[in-house]
Design a protein around this ligand. Sequence first.
Ligand code: ZN
Length: 160
Amino acid sequence: MKVAENVVVVIDYTLKDNDGSVIDSSEGAGPLAYLHGAGNIIPGLEDALLGKEAGDEVQASIEPANAYGERHEQLKQEVPRELFSGVDSVEVGMQFQSETEQGPVLVTVVEVKEDTVTVDGNHPLAGVHLNFDVTIREVREATQEELEHGHVHGEGGHHH
Ligand code: ZN
């Protein structure tokens, strides 16, 4: 069976940036199961896996536009530290939900000064070129329930 719309695909993967540093890997966490065509994974990786089958090894080099998007420097903002008055200690790497005119945005603290905090609303992988090494373990039909939920149930998927 080949990877196509609405089938369940189970993969092992390693994700590296252009410097060869490992960003993410299924090693340890176990294989990832996703529903093809449901937006569970980035579009560039879906494109690379389309038509493949169990046992195939796939290498994919994906531009930011087909991954987590380009970085937008205007999403990086220096704000008064008072805004974090409810937080004991603001540290680099902390994430907060920020209310904006465009709705809630997840921002990451990138710099802390005495009076200001710089937050970045870009996805941490925005602007990053992604290099995937993927091994397809299984390709199977989705159940009716999985199609209705838009994700995979069981091992490597959702448990609820
Ligand atoms: Zn579900």
